[in-house]
Write a protein of this length. Sequence first.
Length: 284
Amino acid sequence: MRVQSLTLVAASAALLAPTTFPGAPPPPHPDPPTRILVPGAPDRTGSLRADRSGVRVGPVPHLPAGRSEQPSRVGPDSRAGSRAQPDRSGEPVGAADLLAKVRDCAPVSRGRYRSDAGAPADIPVCGTRDAVYWKADLDVDCDGRPGDRCNARTDPHFTPATAYTESDGRPLDAERLPYVVVPGPSDTWDHREDDVRGGSLAALVHGDKVRYAVVGDVGPSELIGEASYAAARSLGIPADPEGGGVASDVTYIVFKGSEVEPIEDTAAAKKAGERLARRFVDGG
């Protein structure tokens, strides 16, 4: 289950010393002592799942750029004078290559996130110049335009809203569009500070599968690890909004400064995602 609508509080995220992923420093404040108990909630993973499908607050406004580093953006690589790399642009990026690239963690979050309500706060958001990433569970977000699989009958916490919308102003379609959910801005981390916005490109890795998605929704500020019905299905993860998802081992990589326009263009997301993933792995 997922926590109902929360207020988003913008705050700056600070860089901490590198360590081995996911060994980020302990959070600067103690864990909340209270467990969120919801009668009748399914307990698939051993801890109560957060009720994430309340009405979303959004779209979250994009903050002005405040960092000196220049992230990669979707489009031709215009950097001159860089060392020539072998042309592997036509080769798909494998799961092992991406996982090797994010093995270590330089935290960009000031503390750690919970995967579900009542679970330990042990998930940092890590970052490089070009991407932010985390390893967590995957809870299924069915919010947005109602359909055959995502509606108030199939998901008791369904809401027909998403933080970001399609080009015509309608909510996103979780059944069709692979999208990931980022935590609401907080003292722990503010995704906007790392040039992550609605439509930013993400690579999802689970097992030997790599799939591409966009940032499409904003969730509770203390939880992480959520993606749309379509994203779960693309990874071979059970997509039922009540009992589906997977308890661990999903890696989320979001490319800074990237954006798909329109956000619902899945073909463009896949093409640009493959290009950015190749650049990320090759270190270019």
